[in-house]
Ligand binder design. Sequence first.
Ligand code: DGL
Length: 268
Amino acid sequence: MKEEDQPIGIFDSGMGGLTIAREIKRLLPNESLIYFGDSKHLPYGDKSKEVIIEYSNHITRFLLEKGCKAIVIACNTATSNALNEVKSLAKEKNVPVYDVISPVAEKMAFTFNQNVGVIGTKSTIASHIYKKSIRKLNRHIEVQELATPLLVPVIEEGFNNHDISDVVLKTYLNNKKLQNIDSLILGCTHYPLILNEVKHFYQNKIQVIDSPLIVANYIKQDLEKKRRTSYNAKPAYEFYVSDLTPTFAKLAKKFFGTNINLKVLNIF
Ligand code: DGL
């Protein structure tokens, strides 16, 4: 197989990363994809850095063994904690690593926004990765961070677009830390499912950032630049999870938008 036709490997702690995979498939329809969702160890948002690095490295080795030409860390928490480790593993095979934070930080650093809000898991927010990445590029921008841990279980239980998500969102977004922001990054792969609710809360007064689109666009441009884009007419899709329950199957459809064939694979 030609090198550029090798699959793109994408991983997340579970199903949320499918919001990124879905956008990659939309913008790069000729690329073969291998997705790995570590549903056995979900959620990463409350785990220690050491454990997140261990799981992320393990999945990266698996994707490299499958011959992936690029790795996408489709999880904010894994990016916050394990980006350097994943990059050094992939570097041995000259495989580029994309993550869900750097392209968004780059974009935010060079827009007119001056006061950027970020919401995410406890672990992502505790790492201050968004603040550090944006301010490294433009120190004039203020970044306000808020952990919003209840949102993942609310979305997973199907309570988005619901009175429950409404109360939870209002409680978080009314936090005084976020009062003067002019833009908000949804710093978790689950949050695209509440994008419209967040937009509705702000009534167009601030810019709400659509991360999957920014990330997929970045990957598309970078692959083109590196001449690693595939033009394969029959791309293949493989979706693996480390544990499968009816809930995960239901969530997969919700996050990816269509039914997918999930296979359980015990790589740990
Ligand atoms: N995928 C995680 C993220 O983007 C959220 C779910 C989890 O905590 O594992 O931060």
